[in-house]
Design a binder for this molecule. Sequence first.
Ligand code: ADP
Ligand code: ADP
Ligand code: MG
Length: 663
Amino acid sequence: MKAPFEKILIANRGEIACRVINSAREMGVRTVAVYSDADRQALHVELADEAVHIGPSPVSESYLVAERIIAAALETGAQAIHPGYGFLSENPEFVEAVEAAGLTFIGPSAAAIRAMGLKDAAKDLMQAAGVPVVPGYQGENQDPAFLAAEADRIGYPVLIKARAGGGGKGMRKVEDPAQFRDALESAWREGQSSFGDPHVLIEKFITSPRHIEVQVFGDAHGNVVHLFERDCSLQRRHQKVIEEAPAPGMTDTVRAAMTEAAVTAAKAISYAGAGTIEFIVDGSGPLRPDGFWFMEMNTRLQVEHPVTEAITGVDLVAWQLRIAAGEPLPVSQDALTISGHAFEARLYAEDPSNGFLPATGKLEHLSFSGSSRNDTGVRSGDTISPFYDPMIAKVITSGDTREIALARLVAALRDTHVAGTTTNTEFLATLALNTDFQHGPFDTGLIERELEGLTMPTPVSEEHLAFAALTGLGIRPDTPRLGWRLWGEARHTVALACGPDRFERHLILYPDGAITLTGGARDVTLRDVMIDKGHMRATTGLHNAQIEARAVHAPRPDGLLISVQSGGVVHDFSLFDARLGSATVADEGHVVVAPMTGMIVSLGIAVGDTVEPGMKLGVMEAMKMETSLIAPRAGRIATVLCAAGQTVEGGAVLVTLEEEAAA
Ligand code: ADP
Ligand code: ADP
Ligand code: MG
């Protein structure tokens, strides 16, 4: 098939920029990325054929600067601009400026965006088109006494919404008339500060609400199809957390009514491109054809579009490009069917046990399950900066049934390993296992109701500590050089920190290969330990249960980071003594330092000797325990700064290796 464009510019960053680039490439369309200072090395820049720097890190000086982005498109000869979501995607002035420059906007017309831009006007428009809307007041009058009277008329609880709102902002639920005035003023303030528009509307708060939305697609020839529904009821603070398609409990009758309303809505504004009609649904009982109401339309590609792709087999971005180029919709409604079930979980750098505080930091490691679709804009070594949305990835799974797709989501989340920053991975897995979510019924209040159980962090286990200790000490039982079988029983002391908690443990290595971790509330013994490139396996306990872990380590300014993922739980540790890290970790560092204050018992090397990684260089005694001094990497001994019998301070450099020849 002919490529719809030769070259397009993607006016976005992160996972959605990468997502668009991937589809464009498959279609034979060349891509231009734009980037800010903070994104110089970003994945979307690497993936695109060309990239243009558009300004400093803050979005107001880069990704929101329309002129700069349009200039970049003209400079590089791009014919069209894909806005992604967020940023300039729903800005009608941007669309007009793109078109005035002779370029194509990959999205709807400025008029369609404007028609749906303000929630109050959109509701009026939809009501006129015969689409059911949430009962409420969406007029011009903003007099507080008048609005309070309207709230009484509508009946409590009510929802005050900033008409320009988005992303769950500018919304206040009011249960009691006495609180109306305060809530109104705070919604006004948030509307003004976040969207530059204080104007609000009042809606009936639908009890046991479910959020069900319909994906629509129109072309420039007046055709509109729908691609069924998505259920996005799992929300926190009105923001989606896990989405799925199709909606649980959906019947043919209700689906027919909802999709027909959505297509009517799109036709009412001659919609061309990808769009989503969001409905609030009465979830207090089975779904009913008269139990859903229009909330708003998002005139762009939606974050959760992959679940629709999974059940329909359609590449929505490919369709966007074709329709923007003037082609008709590739298929008719009859050709679209639902196959199976899909879920998406939004993986964020945030701390659920600390009020979901956004986190930043370097992703020392990032790996996903091989059995999920993982849409991401970052890779190992990238930094989650404070400038942008802290989403790390979207984890998407599908299967023949809801049960299978959900089980796969849990498995994929448990297999996801992010090291270096706090994430909501465990929260998402716990949520996916929630009984109400698994079996229903559930509504948008589920997360809030069960917040405590969902956000309880799993305590550090002795097994995690044992794996961390083995990693931190660079012990690999299958490497005879490590001398653990050779030298007989050995004891090591490790001190690990995990957040505010500190753990001091002793690791005893037995000649038969078993390892015991002592010093905690209970001892744990690992047998049949296998370590292969950070993947660790062992048996433990009376019944020889198999346990597994993935461990990664990375030097950081404040010490060695050791991240252990086991049983679906990730804990990031740092070796208590920063200097201990470089002493014991394999593959890194030029020095061997004393892990603690003590005496050098023996030293088996001299300047000029060649050593292998993990090789035992000598033995120290401290706190009545022997600790091996281990070569951090292969190399030649440059200096020896201690001698047998000498007492050395914890952290003192004992041996240095020659600089490695540049590779
Ligand atoms: P969607 O409806 O596509 O799932 P949301 O309703 O969650 O998206 O958010 C609305 C818009 O706000 C999206 O375009 C999204 O990119 C943007 N957005 C969501 N969360 C944030 C955030 N934390 N910071 C900046 N933009 C955000
Ligand atoms: P935004 O533009 O921020 O996405 P929406 O109008 O789409 O604003 O509402 C966001 C969320 O708030 C919905 O997904 C839903 O969970 C909740 N919500 C909105 N309107 C109502 C309502 N009338 N009754 C109950 N919940 C609502
Ligand atoms: Mg919405």
